[in-house]
Design a binder for this molecule. Structure first.
Ligand code: G3P
Length: 230
């Protein structure tokens, strides 16, 4: 499963990358409005970081017509290079833009997806990823996990190489169910990463190890028990 951080703050991306096997980070127009520095300043830092760390970076176009979306995608691709993936919204102009971007050799995510049919048409148009907003789907009374599961199923049945990049999460349980459904990628906010690996039973067992070890070996570490070769 590809793992991305859904944030524009590069410090938060670096903090996540220090501990977790992330593949890059995703942004969208709302996320960029929360950036701690002017985005124009951040662009060079983003580029240097993704190049130095072989990471993927996702930016969403803001154009309204397919032609505007294509021009913006081309400019971003030229700046960021091969690791750049454009996010095209699942609107009518966007479906035209998918084809134009693929013809231009740009990797495409169709985003703001809320139904299996939006995803299917995107895959047919050549999208490399579709990004369903799981919590948004839940909040309109549908079933976000089931929707993703249907996308995975129809992509496999139809032989589409398109991957599902799940987005918009509030709980680890959502991510667990998505993984079981075969979702190929997720993008999550930094605060969820620690929750992915946190378990009270692990903490309890570690406390037991520490107590037993200190009772027997005091402050010695395991490496202190290695025989010293003459
Ligand atoms: O990548 C999409 C994600 O940022 C949507 O987030 O907070 O609207 O669920 P949210």
């Amino acid at each position: 499963m590809e793992l991305y951080v859904d944030i524009a703050d590069l410090d938060a991306v670096k903090a996540a990358a220090e501990y977790f096997p992330i593949d890059g980070f995703t942004t969208n127009p709302k996320i960029l409005t929360k950036a701690k520095k002017p985005v124009e300043e951040m662009m060079a830092e983003y580029r240097q970081y993704v190049r130095a760390n072989n990471m993927k970076i996702f930016f969403q176009v803001t154009g309204e017509t397919a032609e505007e979306m294509l021009e913006q995608a081309k400019a971003l691709k030229e700046y960021f290079g091969e690791r750049f993936i454009v996010k095209i919204p699942a609107v009518k102009e966007g479906y035209k833009a998918v084809r134009l971007c693929k013809e231009a050799g740009i990797t495409v995510t169709v985003t703001v997806v809320h139904s299996m049919m939006q995803a299917l048409v995107a895959a047919k148009a050549g999208a490399d990823y579709v990004a369903p907003y799981v919590t948004h789907i839940d909040n309109i009374g549908a079933d976000g996990i089931e929707c993703v599961s249907e996308m995975v199923e129809v992509f496999i049945n139809g032989g589409y190489p398109c991957k599902v990049l799940g987005a918009s999460f509030r709980t680890v349980d959502q991510l667990k169910k998505l993984a079981l459904a075969g979702c190929q990628a997720v993008t999550i906010s930094p605060d969820l990463f620690d929750a992915l690996i946190k378990h009270p039973s692990t903490d309890e067992s570690m406390k037991g190890f520490e107590t037993a070890w200190k009772e027997t070996f005091g402050e010695k570490q395991i490496s202190d028990l290695i025989p010293r070769e003459k």
